[in-house]
Design a protein around this ligand. Structure first.
Ligand code: HEM
Ligand code: HEM
Length: 164
């Protein structure tokens, strides 16, 4: 159960957007990691610099740590209450938030297991993170735009301007 706060703190907001930037980076450069990973496991030689793999591991591990840190802050400081809206939409918004935490934490852990110990099943699990993330971020983005331009409430503002 999360404590209820008056709004997101500067730290929560900074972490939200930092994770967004790092995940976008992983998203657009992940295919280089796939080429290098397959080459390391008997596939055709990769036409990309092996340094990209190190960057993928470091950025991915950073996403993992930052998401766990966010969960810690959510537990101790809390999050603002859900806006007044249909209970089904409240449920959907919460489910998408939980899904984002699970997908990124679980996906990054699977990536680590695949890279360091068990390439097969864990690699597959890591690959599944991508389509799931696409659906979750799409729903999340549609929700944010819906609140900003249709409902016209302060949901977007509270992930931009820190509460006191
Ligand atoms: C949450 C952070 C991460 C994101 C968003 C992410 C994203 C991606 C993406 C988009 C790909 C390209 C493959 C695809 O899905 O089409 C990929 C491949 C890969 N990533 Fe990550 N990654 C993350 C963290 C990590 C970490 C921490 C590791 C640990 C070493 C890792 C290891 C790998 C491996 C081994 C592949 C190749 C998988 C295969 O081809 O079977 N990733 N990642
Ligand atoms: C990788 C991409 C993203 C992830 C993983 C993510 C994750 C999350 C999570 C987990 C929350 C719940 C609050 C928390 O516990 O931290 C949240 C809230 C929020 N996000 Fe995102 N987000 C992403 C991208 C975006 C984008 C692109 C937008 C809008 C353009 C956005 C707007 C918001 C807003 C407005 C809230 C506050 C919702 C509320 O107060 O009920 N997010 N995000």
């Amino acid at each position: 159960m999360t404590a209820v706060s008056s709004g997101y703190s500067f730290r929560q907001i900074a972490l939200h957007w930092l994770v967004f930037v790092l995940v976008a980076y992983q998203w657009f450069t992940g295919d280089r990691m796939t080429d290098l990973f397959r080459a390391a496991h008997g596939g055709p030689p990769a036409a990309v610099n092996p340094g990209w793999a190190t960057i993928h591991v470091v950025v991915g591990a950073a996403v993992l740590l930052l998401m766990v840190w966010r969960l810690g802050i959510r537990r101790s400081r809390g999050a603002p209450p859900q806006p007044e809206q249909h209970p089904a939409l409240q449920w959907l918004a919460s489910a998408v938030h939980v899904g984002l935490y699970l997908d990124l934490i679980g996906g990054a852990l699977a990536g680590l297991v695949a890279w360091f110990w068990l390439p097969g099943v864990a690699g597959l699990h890591h690959l599944m993170m991508r389509p799931v993330l696409l659906v979750l971020v799409a729903l999340h983005l549609v929700g944010a735009l819906w609140h900003r331009f249709v409902v016209k409430d302060d949901i977007m503002t509270r992930m931009i301007r820190p509460a006191r």
